[in-house]
Design a protein around this ligand. Structure first.
Ligand code: PHE
Length: 463
């Protein structure tokens, strides 16, 4: 099939930064630190690192190699290898469709907090109901979401090299500098609370890094394992067609094996640094109780931490939310690009026209999601025991339910139908050695399918 969406990355640096841009997002900056804090610090870190080097590597390699070898986007890649497996492309393509309906909404929330710190009035965000009353208001979340979506579409509109690659090359290095800067600052903090107890940033760091085995049981260990696994999917942007699409833009002479190592390193490095930035700061001012889960950590606890820092808190808060905005933008761009590239091929339309249409369609869908906190408010119990609104429901269906299923099917397809050799050949197509070849074959055939099936059944509530 002839692809209409020509164009690609200029070289391996462009590819690494764009793929890392997709991978590094809110998942690294708020989800990872809070999971680490809740799951016994160093225990979670060790498990996570091990999983990145085995599962993360396997899934990332599979996606990128499929993309480059078939030169097809997610929707048609599987069918072009074996027509019986065409359904898997369609199933995979559902994920960016679902995620794009709510990712811009979260982007809008982050943008709103940038304006809070820009206005200098940081204490307003410390009131207990500030976040909830903002997201449940009717107009403001929609306005911020629309601005965020407009920027996303604007960059995708200019194409792979001139839009996405140029933007990622600009913001990714800056992101690392900002995050490292705040992390170092976090370690220097100290604070004496009203009971006269002094807490320091270094103590917070120990809390984060030291493995805490107290009360560890087998079932607790299993829970940590599952937490780490689902974090890994989300964080590496795998099994959602994005890395297949990006893989299709990579030139044949690029050393894939080495590029994948850098992408893993980038994503995991930012997550680890985010922990060093967030955990000591929250611990110093609020002790261990400050580590609430979910959006609460980023939108409620951290603003209080910035307020407690005094005047420098305004600057730190501004830099922090700007950084999160950029990280969220590069991720949002990767979802939008996957949608645009696939629809361009499907309807034989130009990039510019497709970008605009997608922008309008998904902005409209995002409006509905915004209204999920007022007009369409409901509380739905999920199999994992939490109760969900519209946004959480979309998130659950895509990340907890569909992603393990797609990973399972992809591993079965590659491991048993196509055979790992097909991927290995592509990994070595540039003339470089694929050093983790053996590990890859074992993982994709045996280990990954079993674990993915377990994760899938767990999300349905059967396990
Ligand atoms: N990988 C991103 C993160 O860690 C999230 C993401 C999900 C990006 C889906 C693109 C698509 O935050």
């Amino acid at each position: 099939m002839k692809s209409k969406s020509k164009g690609g990355f200029s070289g391996s640096l462009g590819f690494i930064l764009v793929a890392a841009g997709s991978a590094v997002g809110v998942g690294n900056i708020w989800r990872f630190p809070y999971l680490a804090a809740q799951d016994g610090g160093g225990v979670f870190l060790m498990i996570y690192l091990l999983l990145v080097l085995t599962f993360g590597f396997t899934l990332l390699t599979t996606d990128i190699a499929i993309g480059r070898r078939t030169k097809q986007k997610a929707l048609t890649a599987f069918g072009s290898i074996n027509s019986k497996w065409d359904f898997l492309g369609k199933l995979t393509f559902l994920i960016p469709i679902i995620i794009m309906t709510y990712y811009g909404v979260i982007g809008g929330w982050v943008l709103k907090y940038v304006t809070v710190y820009l206005s200098g009035n940081k204490s307003q965000a410390t009131q207990s109901d500030y976040f909830t009353s903002f997201i449940s208001s009717k107009v403001s979340p929609i306005v911020f979401m629309l601005i965020f979506m407009a920027v996303t579409v604007f960059i995708v509109y200019f194409g792979v090299e001139k839009g996405i690659e140029r933007f990622s090359k600009m913001v990714m290095p800056g992101l690392i500098i900002m995050i490292a800067g705040i992390a170092i600052f976090s370690l220097t903090l100290r604070y004496t609370d009203t009971c006269g107890v002094e807490r320091t940033g270094m103590q917070g760091l120990m809390l984060y890094l030291k493995p805490d085995f107290t009360g560890m049981t087998f079932s607790k260990f299993l829970k940590i394992l599952l937490d780490a696994m689902s974090q890994l999917f989300f964080s590496l942007s795998v099994s959602m067609g994005i890395m297949i699409t990006y893989g299709s833009y990579v030139k044949k002479d690029v050393n894939l094996s080495r590029s994948i190592k850098y992408i893993e390193l980038f994503d995991t490095g930012v997550a680890l640094l985010a922990g060093i930035m967030v955990i000591p700061a929250v611990y110093v001012f609020y002790g261990t109780q400050g580590m609430t889960s979910g959006p609460g950590l980023m939108f409620i606890s951290l603003p209080r931490v910035f307020a407690a820092m005094g005047s420098i808190g305004t600057i730190i808060g501004l830099v922090f939310f700007l950084m999160v905005t950029f990280a969220t933008l590069t991720s949002s761009i990767s979802i939008m690009e996957t949608l645009v590239a696939n629809f361009m091929d499907l309807f034989h339309m130009s990039r510019k026209k497709t970008s605009l249409i997608m922008g309008i369609v998904f902005s409209a869908a995002s409006v509905v999601i915004c209204l999920g906190y007022n007009v369409f408010y409901f509380k739905l119990p999920l199999p994992n025991g939490q109760s969900a609104q519209l946004l959480d429901l979309m998130d659950y269906v895509s990340n907890s339910f569909l992603m393990p299923l797609i990973s399972f099917l992809t591993c079965v397809f590659i491991g048993w139908v196509v055979k790992p050799k097909w991927i290995v050949e592509e990994m070595e197509a540039s003339g470089d050695k694929f050093t983790r070849k053996k590990l890859y074959s074992v993982m994709v055939r045996y280990v990954a399918p079993i674990i993915m099936a377990a994760l899938f059944f767990q999300s349905t509530g059967i396990l």
